[in-house]
Design a protein around this ligand. Structure first.
Ligand code: FES
Ligand SMILES: [Fe+2]
Length: 426
């Protein structure tokens, strides 16, 4: 089946049927060439350029990572009430996150099981995709097959002559997608045999335990656009403070790079994390032009109030956690060289209840725009640099200790995927 489009889910598919042979060859090459990439920071090297810009390597990653790893899709409070739901497209999969009648979260495919029209696309495309919608049923816009909140079939017009409704109801439901909720953060996995997520996030668990993230209130989801860089460049840049004194010369003073700390990374870890303490200039970060200060997350330690905590749960989630809020960013690749970023923030209920909340949030957004704009330009330039024949097997500063850790996360999973392929072929 060489040449079959390897996009999409791998549910029920033998691995070998989804990947073209060059994708496997490039993956083997990258893994062999990356022998030093996960070494201790003083010896480590950056990943081979092919890992960032080769379209066949991206086909391998789609299968190895997006087909088998835990993918962040949202927060439980994006759907607070029964019937609340939102849709999201993860690569080529339209998915539906819904709060059922029983109050529980469910995640399912948004592909109608009649002839495969996506439930929320075409004529059903909602004008505003940033917030949560509410419904009693989901109706496919093509032939009006109608599904209950739990994904079972409710009705299907003009089917009696071929298949009675009772029989259809026995056969048809929106396919359920496996998910795990970790501190209110929802992750899916298209691989039903994948190991559970939570045991791989023990370090994150202890760092965020008293932030009460499951109870925080999300702002609307916003897309910042599709950018010209590989998704890993976003995580690398967001995790390393080395660049902040240079790229963000004037905008990052409150959290200087030399106040960063790094944490050990153990085999099997699901997260990479780092912190940067606030320095003497940090007052400006919290004083948005003399505006009202919003209530912060209660019960934090002095240490937690005095720093930024950065956590990457690849391939999708990146968190920036501070005492006032949590910035949640989702990196959703479109190709090897294009990535869409979606984001929302989480605030304590007491902050959202303040009459000034909207204006303070807007002001904070404007302050962030400068930093984010500098990162976006830098990441695009770096991505172009990886296309050069002179792209280096570069060494790292101690302030980039998180990148070999990222490489370790990636290489463990690339190797596991190649082993899985070999097993399937033997
Ligand atoms: S494809 Fe959905 S009702 Fe026909
Ligand atoms: Fe940055």
């Amino acid at each position: 089946m060489a040449g079959v489009d390897p996009c999409g889910p791998i549910i029920g598919e033998p691995a070998t049927a989804r990947l073209n042979p060059r994708a496997v060859d490039v993956a083997r090459y990258v893994v062999d060439a990356a022998i030093d990439c996960a070494a201790p920071v003083a010896e480590a090297r950056i990943l081979p350029a092919l890992a960032y810009n080769d379209s066949d390597f991206w086909e391998f990653e789609k299968w190895a990572l997006f087909g088998h790893e835990w993918l962040f899709i949202g927060h439980v409070n994006q759907v607070p009430n029964p019937g609340d739901h939102f849709k999201l497209r993860i690569l080529d999969e339209p998915i539906l996150v819904v709060r059922g009648k029983d109050g529980d979260i469910d995640v399912m495919s948004a592909i109608c099981q009649h002839r495969g029209h996506p439930l929320f696309e075409g004529l059903a495309e909602p004008a505003d995709t940033s917030g949560c919608l509410n419904a009693k049923y989901f109706v496919c816009p093509y032939h009006a097959w109608t599904y209950n909140l739990d994904g079972t079939l409710h009705s299907a017009p003009a089917m009696r002559e071929t298949t009675p409704l009772g029989k259809l109801r026995e056969e048809i439901r929106l396919p359920r997608i496996r998910f795990e909720i970790f501190h209110g953060l929802i992750f899916i996995n298209f691989d039903d045999a994948a190991a559970p997520l939570a045991p791989t996030l023990e370090k994150m668990d202890s760092e965020i335990a008293n932030f009460g993230i499951a109870d925080l209130v999300p702002t609307p989801l916003v897309s910042t656009g599709v950018f010209d860089w590989n998704w890993k460049i976003y995580h690398e840049n967001s995790l390393e403070p080395y660049h902040t004194d240079y790229v963000h010369k004037d905008s990052h003073n409150p959290a200087p790079a030399n106040l960063s700390k790094f944490y050990p990374f153990s085999p099997g870890d699901g997260q990479v994390l780092t912190t940067t303490d606030f320095g003497p200039d940090s007052a400006e970060l919290f004083d948005s032009g003399g505006q009202v200060q919003l209530p912060i997350i209660p019960n934090l330690t002095d240490e937690q109030r005095g720093r930024l905590l950065f956590i990457s749960v690849m391939p999708v989630l990146f968190l920036v956690i501070e005492a006032g809020s949590v910035l949640v960013t989702m990196s959703l690749p479109r190709s090897a060289e294009k990535t869409e970023l979606l984001f929302f923030s989480l605030f304590p209920k007491e902050a959202v209840a303040q009459p000034e909340f909207e204006s303070v949030y807007e002001e904070q957004g404007k302050m962030l725009q400068t930093i984010v704009g500098e990162d976006m330009l830098t990441q695009a330039a770096l991505h172009r640099g990886h296309r050069s024949r002179f792209s280096p097997a570069g060494r790292f500063s101690w302030l980039e200790a998180t990148i070999p850790q990222m490489n370790q996360w990636l290489l463990e999973r690339y190797r596991r995927a190649l082993d899985r392929l070999e097993e399937a072929n033997s």
